[in-house]
Design a binder for this molecule. Structure first.
Ligand SMILES: Cc1cc2nc3c(=O)[nH]c(=O)nc-3n(C[C@H](O)[C@H](O)[C@H](O)COP(=O)(O)OP(=O)(O)OC[C@H]3O[C@@H](n4cnc5c(N)ncnc54)[C@H](O)[C@@H]3O)c2cc1C
Length: 378
């Protein structure tokens, strides 16, 4: 750390639990530090920009607050991470979707990895040195995740993995993968690994989304040897890993996404010069609703509660609000989405994925019906 860094972190250390103080100091620092993105808005450009932003924030200490000290963090409540994400998103410093990956993957990795592995790896993610990916879905196992068939077979001190994953976001940029495999039949026969993506036998084939970006990939595992100490938890803990990770994917990472979507409401108002449109008001209200819900989730996390199936409500509200906003943009900007190849079009198309990634809208409603409302099976 240079002296500027120590100054920034030191200033904040005095008030790690003081969220308003943290935000004020962070804003001052961001106001005087140019992290604005360059002209390259391709996915590779966005990934490089994210690494640059994370690096600068880590070096100055901001990216380390809210993370435990034993993994390179500086402690303090997890809400500090939400404040940081909100500032990054509203200033347009990093693409909010790919910024989320830290919130999705790191908490569960910290809970299940051997302490020395987490201590070595988490700082690499936080500091932007590495990108990680999530290898859950398979060609025949998406909603029915427990039917996954990528096999891990014990061989001495190692495990040998073979099978295929699909829709693995950012796999082509990832140095590591949080991977679910099958080691025995049933839910208790799923085991999770933290796999180096440069291991011999891994092939990554990017797939193009309908918004024209190679955001996810097919990932093939052909007899990939993974050391036994890369297992997350114990053999058979994989389903628990998934049940701990998915609630983060369905809630905590939304705080900064919502903040970003509010900036798009402002942009829509600016682009249309309209101030009293009913549909826009409804879209704003939907966003405000999910922000209130997300606030409650952040509070539960701050109180030390474990996140679970109730995060499916956050996911339904977020996907609904996001699609409503971009539907409104489509209606208020005639032709922009249909004919112009620009930001509104890209975001409109990507908003369709909000009811798929992290578990589809139908599956979230099933979880809410069955596990929260006790309405029985679908
Ligand atoms: C942009 C994006 C990024 C993604 N990134 C990742 C990633 O990084 N890692 C990863 O592992 N996966 C990722 N995914 C995959 C995602 O998790 C799956 O697409 C999702 O879980 C759905 O699985 P599926 O595509 O196999 O659809 P299916 O499970 O085949 O579902 C097809 C349709 O049937 C419906 N359906 C299925 N079962 C039921 C049921 N019981 N009741 C009612 N309706 C049902 C679904 O809702 C859906 O409409 C990503 C997906 C997208 C779109």
């Amino acid at each position: 750390m240079d002296s500027h860094t120590e100054h920034a972190a030191g200033e904040t250390r005095a008030g790690t639990t003081d969220i308003d103080g943290f935000r004020a100091n962070l804003r001052r620092w961001l106001d005087t530090t140019d992290l604005s993105p360059g002209p390259d808005n391709s996915l590779s450009g966005q990934v490089a920009q994210l690494a640059r932003v994370r690096h600068a924030l880590f070096e100055a200490g901001w990216m380390r607050y809210g993370w435990p000290e034993h993994v390179g963090g500086l402690g303090g409540p997890a809400a500090l991470r939400a404040v940081l994400g909100e500032e990054v998103a509203t200033r347009g410093l990093a693409e909010p979707g790919i910024y989320s990956m830290v919130e999705v993957l790191a908490p569960t990795m910290i809970s299940y990895a051997r302490p020395e592995l987490a201590a070595r790896m988490v700082p690499a993610l936080l500091s932007g040195r590495e990108q990680w990916c999530q290898g859950f879905s398979e060609p025949g196992s998406g909603s029915d995740l427990a039917s996954l068939s990528t096999k891990a077979v014990a061989g001495g001190e190692n495990w040998v993995i073979s099978g295929q994953k699909v829709w693995t976001s950012l796999a082509q940029y990832a140095a590591r993968c949080v991977l679910l495999t099958r080691t025995a039949p049933g839910h208790d026969g799923i085991s999770a690994f933290f796999v180096d993506m440069d291991s011999p036998g891994i092939t990554v084939r990017p797939l193009r989304t309908m918004h024209g970006v190679d955001e996810f990939a097919e990932v093939y595992f052909d007899d990939v040897v993974v050391p036994g100490d890369r297992m997350l938890g114990r053999p058979g803990d994989g389903w628990r890993v998934a049940m701990d990770l998915l609630p983060h994917e369905r809630s905590t990472c939304f705080w900064h996404r919502i903040a970003y979507l509010f900036t798009r409401v402002d942009a829509l108002i600016a682009d249309t010069d309209l101030r009293d449109d009913a549909a826009l008001g409804a879209a704003y209200l939907a966003l405000h609703t999910v922000r209130c819900r997300s606030h409650a989730t952040q509070r539960r996390l701050a109180d030390g509660q474990r996140l679970g199936p109730e995060t499916s409500i956050d996911k339904v509200l977020l996907a609904t609000a996001e699609q409503q906003l971009f539907d409104t943009a489509r209606d208020m900007l005639p032709g922009a989405i249909e004919f112009d190849d620009e930001q509104w079009r890209t975001e409109y198309l990507y908003s369709r994925a909000a009811t798929i990634y992290g578990g589809t809208a139908e599956i979230q409603r099933n979880i809410i019906a069955r596990r929260l409302l006790d309405l029985g099976r679908e």
